[in-house]
Design a protein around this ligand. Sequence first.
Ligand code: AMP
Ligand code: GLY
Length: 427
Amino acid sequence: MDVLVVGSGGREHALVWALAASPLVSRLYCAPGNGGIADDATCVPIAATDIDGIVRFCRDNRISFVVVGPEQPLTDGLVDRLEAAGIPAFGPSAAAARLESSKAFTKDLCVRHGIPTARHAAFTDAEAAKRYIAGQPLPVVVKADGLAAGKGVVIAETQAEAMEAMDAMMSGQFGPAGERVVIEECLIGEEASVFALTDGKAILPLAGAQDHKRVGEGDTGPNTGGMGAYSPAPVVTEALLSDVCARILRPTVDALSAAGTPYKGVLYAGIMVTARGPFLLEYNVRFGDPECQVLMPRLKSDLLPALMATRDGVLDSLDLRWHDDSALTVVMAARGYPGAYDTGSVIRNLDAAAAVEGVTIFHAGTERRDGEIHATGGRVLNVTARGRDLAEARARAYRAVDLIEWPQGFCRRDIAWRAERPRQGVA
Ligand code: AMP
Ligand code: GLY
């Protein structure tokens, strides 16, 4: 089969890497890909958001299956367009992708179906939002309604901070994503991510994985797209997983199917484990980035049949096997990220780093130019390692990080610090 992966980040590199190992795949393409993906797939210079361009490429090249990585093309209806053109594709329709593209949509669904989530109110009017904020206990959470690359959330400790965040969002900091603002109760507890494949009927949870959203060590500083991840995640226990499936995923999947917009794809639930049980923080309609980079190395089964069964609606006939090993990834980002950063710097000695036992380097924002790898984004490399346990995976990943010559980059040195307790996570 000839397969196309859409996207250009570390998540897509991990998907490409896993698909490249499938005996079912003959030709593997990635649009647009990056400097590292080019080692495992043929990169084609079509932007992930260029829906016409992608459909045309698939027709011209008789692509038999498309795997869409990022949320933006899903939200824009890429899967709808591909399917309408007779090209099978993995990922939710635009209607189902509203679970991520509109926080207000998801909140309404939760309220209607009794899914535990933070109390909230949505506003398009700044004055009404301010009056509401004034009546809320602190801290209070202020969110841009639409897609904002993981950065549209402020946990405000004071009323003034909350008002300021709301003003910034409504005055266009995140473009149209901030035209509507959601104000939420702040939940206290430990965060967990739950990933599951679903075809609109069956729900197949994946191995547990956890990321680090804050830029600074000890999980401090501004939110980012994710600075590292590990799997298994001790917080994702069997008990938590069955609770999340029963109270959160099952009613969501059933509600979307009943509405005539079944969800097919990977559903990523951001959970807060509170004293009152798991609460839904948010849904994402795609694999986590960088969580995907630790799930793929642990996946023993062939990825392609799982993605195809999800799309074909026969997921109940499928089972996934996982390696017992742990996996951990360290994100190397350009200095300044998640604020302003420079691009174009040269990264050296990647081959030596990739030769460390158990290590695979996924590229997130690079290009190969004149035989050298250049940084092109904020998050640039995902230095990933497998090991007997998280401690071994972590030692290997940082050994590789220390071999990489890239003075313009930085990383957190404490990935998986919350997982230092004895292992109990699932899979
Ligand atoms: P989201 O994009 O909605 O997942 O929010 C990003 C991050 O903000 C989450 O991973 C949490 O760390 C935090 N967060 C979001 N909503 C809440 C909430 N209601 N209570 C506490 N923390 C939250
Ligand atoms: N790692 C967080 C995300 O993919 O949204």
